[in-house]
Design a binder for this molecule. Sequence first.
Ligand SMILES: NC(=O)c1ccc[n+]([C@@H]2O[C@H](COP(=O)([O-])OP(=O)(O)OC[C@H]3O[C@@H](n4cnc5c(N)ncnc54)[C@H](O)[C@@H]3O)[C@@H](O)[C@H]2O)c1
Length: 311
Amino acid sequence: MTILVTGGAGYIGSWVTKLLLNSGYQVVVLDNLSHGYKENVDPRAKFIVGDISDSKKTKEALKGVDAVIHMAGLIVVPESVKDPVKYTQNNVLGTVSLLESMKEAGVKKIIFSSSACVYGTPDKLPIAEDAPLHPDNPYGATKAAIEAFLQAFHANFSFDVTILRYFNPYGPGKLAPPITHAIPNFITATLAKKPIPLYWKGEQIRDFIYIEDLAQAHVDVLSLSGFNVFNLGMEKGVKVKDVVEMIFDIVGYKVPIDNLGKRPGDVSANYASSEKLKKAVGWRAKVYLKECLRRTIKYYSSSFSQLQSTT
Ligand SMILES: NC(=O)c1ccc[n+]([C@@H]2O[C@H](COP(=O)([O-])OP(=O)(O)OC[C@H]3O[C@@H](n4cnc5c(N)ncnc54)[C@H](O)[C@@H]3O)[C@@H](O)[C@H]2O)c1
């Protein structure tokens, strides 16, 4: 079976590509390298540099493909607030163009990287998939809009659709700047012995999911058909300040906290129920927070020492 991974040169897409190849799938990666890196792409995959809205390139990439894992997209929330048109063009119109190419190529199975951002501020916790969607920012709105188009392509053209709503992925892997992810920022500040920037004194509660567990879910849902929506989280809310303490505990020293105060628009708490995914495909997160943090610190320590030796 051959899978097209859009955005496969990115942080999460490169992990998904590697796990697919390890499980015996053939993989084609399509990425415009706007935020990805050629070296992120596993050499066993066929790599096509191109944009999801370029129908010539997508048709080339879709040759012989059985299913698409669609991860290409712009992901920086503050940038989406400044430039919602750019986000709508790239993420929403780009995806509709990709769906049209898929329809023409007769490829009708898609797994889509959505986000907990579609829920905005949740009415209750843990968040289940039937919670109302009210995104708080344009990035989340692009995810909700894409989900609506996927529903329409399922209803009108019998596409098999699986939507995965990620909570807070983290773990080893090369991220494109600006790095807005909490854990990489905490770890890099700690390793550089600089103050850790922290909003809300770290009282926010988040659901952090290790990247390899998250990536594995994409392989697990490939067997599904119909229209499916799943949350992808650890089902455990953790205070951000407790993550910082765990990092200090692992490295064996502390750095000061740079208290950034309150950040408007931040959700005070969110964590998932992933029960539905567990029941559907037997997916289970295998690695727990402290061990995942250890692996992530190890990754950043080696990149950090490489950086030190080249400067
Ligand atoms: N990282 C997170 O915290 C997180 C959380 C929830 C959802 N997601 C979703 O997961 C997916 C992957 O995220 P990531 O963290 O790996 O980001 P990333 O920026 O590392 O990867 C995205 C990739 O998509 C490519 N891309 C962007 N627009 C494209 C286009 N028009 N055509 C072709 N390629 C294009 C980029 O070059 C990049 O390689 C995204 O859809 C993102 O919205 C990420």
